[in-house]
Design a binder for this molecule. Structure first.
Ligand SMILES: [Zn+2]
Length: 415
């Protein structure tokens, strides 16, 4: 049985500390990509505990269970990075920052780990040598776009192969993948294998500061193994002889952090690093702050239930918009079912259409249904892009109101 290979986390994934402190338990959740076809009868299914733990030593917040990767990454529902404007803009901005701060020569090699469809590397492609690494089928799109890509996991062996066949890298990037790959210490060692002496490692991850400030309990799902603070990234990278030289908050995935690291004393450390470390200490790295987060999560659930109860009593229809991983966590934790939300809508090209939301009988249907049926409410599961969604749905003719579930459940009237 594949579930036997899931690992209970007893020691911190970065520093090995034990015991770890439980800060939130959302119950048992199905794998976020466990989609079943509409009409299929419910049968026996696997669920896994969704708990996050806090390490007092290195300040990492992490998943309490590492689910067997073949269960949680079936590959076929991968998001396409280039489809999201926010991600396209972010990587263009990343390129601008790198070239203005550090310069880039045509012969420099840029390696992207978890390169998706080549969205990030497309910015570097004409200015340097590029190489993507991803085990996902989606890497074939990058190859078609003229971005050399190894369709594999980034392992020690692949790192050695890159060094031998392509040389060392001036820049290595890992966005999102850095929170999703198991054995993060091995991962950093493999990165060092390829990074040239004055090279830069740049990583972007969903940021713990925003997770806690904005009540983002919905970013807890089995694929998400680590929720980084800058403190924990600093601890991790320093363990391997790397120094963080620049850090900044960026808007992707409802609040992320971008960090630049290099071998020790190769570049001056910018003021951005101590400034963010300070802010973390003041706002999130205390027992009080974490207890408060747990309480706010519970209240957000009750407030959303109360808001939906009032709508349902009046006979209002609620359709969900978007079926991201986050949506499944929110639906399961809050206890939303097909009686409360009639359906969830995705754009026409989505492979999730004609499936159920994992662990429920809520059907995922095509977005045009929203304009035909005109339900009284649209519940936004990608609430982090509320402004963009509200504008788009209004323009396309939706006349109902909007429910924004987080950070605090609220209704936006459609005037
Ligand atoms: Zn730790």
């Amino acid at each position: 049985m594949s579930n036997n290979t899931s690992k209970i986390v007893t020691n911190c994934q970065i520093c090995g500390q034990t015991p770890l402190e439980s800060i939130l338990f959302l119950g048992y959740l199905p794998p976020a990509e466990d989609f079943h076809s509409i009409g299929e009868r419910p049968k026996e299914e696997q669920s896994y505990p969704a708990e996050i733990l806090y390490c007092k030593n290195c300040h990492l917040v992490q998943s309490g269970l590492i689910v067997n990767q073949t269960v949680i990454f079936p590959k076929s529902y991968a998001y396409i990075s280039s489809n999201t404007k926010l991600l396209r803009d972010n990587f263009a901005e990343l390129y601008g920052e790198v070239s203005s701060m550090f310069g880039l020569k045509q012969e420099d090699l840029v390696v992207d780990i978890g390169s998706n469809d080549g969205n990030l590397l497309s910015n570097f492609k004409d200015k340097a040598k590029v190489l993507g690494v991803t085990p996902e089928d989606i890497g074939k799109i990058a190859i078609e776009r003229g971005i050399p890509t190894l369709l594999d996991y980034f392992t020690k062996e692949i790192a050695e192969k890159i060094k031998k066949e392509y040389g060392t890298a001036k820049i290595i990037t890992a966005t999102n993948a850095f929170a999703h790959i198991d054995n993060v210490n091995d991962l950093v060692e493999s990165i060092l294998e390829v990074l040239q002496d004055d090279g830069l490692f740049i990583t972007e991850s969903h940021y713990l500061l925003q997770l806690i400030k904005m009540n983002q309990f919905d970013s807890v799902y089995h694929e998400h193994l680590r929720h980084y603070s800058l403190h924990s990234l600093k601890y991790l990278l320093e363990t391997h002889g790397l120094q963080i030289i620049h850090a900044k908050q960026i808007p992707t995935h409802a609040g992320s952090i971008r960090v630049y690291a290099a071998r020790k004393d190769k570049y001056p450390v910018q003021d951005t690093v101590p400034a963010l470390l300070d802010e973390e200490k003041k706002t999130i790295l205390s027992k009080e702050a974490l207890d408060d987060f747990r309480k706010r999560t519970m209240l957000a659930k009750l407030d959303l239930v109360a808001l939906l109860r009032d709508i349902k009593k009046r006979g209002g229809r609620v359709y969900g918009i978007g079926a991201p991983f986050r949506g499944t966590t929110l639906i399961k934790y809050v206890g939303i079912d097909e009686g409360i939300v009639d359906c969830v809508l995705e754009v026409q090209s989505s492979p999730k259409i004609n499936k159920y939301i994992p662990g429920t009988l809520i059907p995922i249907l095509e977005e045009s249904k929203l304009y035909e049926d005109q339900p009284e409410y649209a519940l936004l599961f990608s609430w982090q892009i509320t402004d963009e969604l509200v504008q788009k749905l209004k323009e396309r003719g939706f006349r109902g109101d909007f429910i924004v579930p987080l950070p605090t459940p609220r209704i936006i009237k459609n005037k």
